[in-house]
Design a protein around this ligand. Structure first.
Ligand SMILES: [Zn+2]
Length: 138
């Protein structure tokens, strides 16, 4: 019997992020002291340890830092295998992990490091979860 995919559960720290995804916005934590964006959300800036943080609306643009084809997976993701996971370099800084959309896991040679991707939000049991999709070649 296939399991269910894990669904994110908002915490006091991430509540605003999930409110943003519901509105189609990728909100990112930014430090008011050093000016750097970080991912994932924290109470303390991982760059300078300041607690003076704010949220900014990200561009939703990024590039592929690296990727891997997953041939086996657990639970609700098992039936999606093979699929491609990737680290995305966010335009604003830092990286986000994703299941990459718009690529063929059986043709990894066609996936290029540095390719442009854009965020999109998929509804999963009432939550709007960010995934990144390869942009069509210009
Ligand atoms: Zn900082």
């Amino acid at each position: 019997m296939p399991g269910k995919k894990p669904i994110p559960f908002p915490s006091p720290l991430t509540e605003i992020f999930w409110k943003g995804t519901r509105e189609g916005k990728l909100l990112l934590p930014k430090c008011n002291q050093c000016g750097k964006v970080h991912w994932y959300p924290r109470y303390i800036c991982p760059h300078c340890h300041s607690m003076d943080l704010t949220w900014i609306e990200g561009s939703g643009e990024g590039t592929i830092h690296t990727f891997a084809v997953q041939h086996r997976a657990f639970g609700g993701w098992a039936e999606d295998a093979p699929f491609v996971t990737a680290f995305i370099d966010l335009k604003e800084g830092d990286r986000m992990v994703t299941v990459l959309r718009g690529v063929d896991p059986l043709k990894p040679e066609e996936i290029k490091i540095g390719s442009k991707v854009r965020v999109e939000f998929e509804e999963m049991e009432g939550m709007f979860v960010p995934f990144w999709r390869l942009e069509a070649a210009a």
